[in-house]
Design a protein around this ligand. Sequence first.
Ligand code: RTP
Ligand code: MG
Length: 157
Amino acid sequence: LGYGASSEERTLAMIKPDGVSGNYTEEIKTIVVEAGFNIVKEMLTQLDKETASAFYEEHSSRSFFPHLVTYMTSGPVLVMVLEKRNAVSDWRDLIGPTDAEKAKISHPHSIRALCGKNSQKNCVHGSDSTSSAEREIKFFFKDVVSGDIATQQHDEL
Ligand code: RTP
Ligand code: MG
């Protein structure tokens, strides 16, 4: 594939506070690279309430939302932009279902089975669609777009 190949896709991945504090970062990054993803960007950061609430705003009316914000602000997270063909759906497949307890049974080789605990503490995030990926990548990395590299360089001129 050539420079700026349009078949490459990007997604937003995050190692959540339980994943970082549980020392799963290196193991997860090894899985990421062995699955063929290129880690385009990464950032270790502590989310505040406003940022976590804005990131998950689609869930703001759900009963679990306050717990989600408390969880996501409980410690540092590692945010990554991952790139490969079919990055969005391949990363969702690799992390497994939302409920880590169920993942341990139905998807025992998934990342959530490895380091998640339950339906809330599930150690990793993945964009659920290409449009979510575009929004979430811009949310954390204003200088990275999900389009090809040539377009980015053009925009930066
Ligand atoms: P994510 O957005 O973090 O990748 O997770 P997801 O798509 O698999 O699940 P989603 O429905 O988007 O939920 C976002 C996060 O909210 C927490 N959650 N808690 N019943 C509960 O207590 C509950 N349900 C969801 C989880 O941390 C989930 O990943
Ligand atoms: Mg989601």
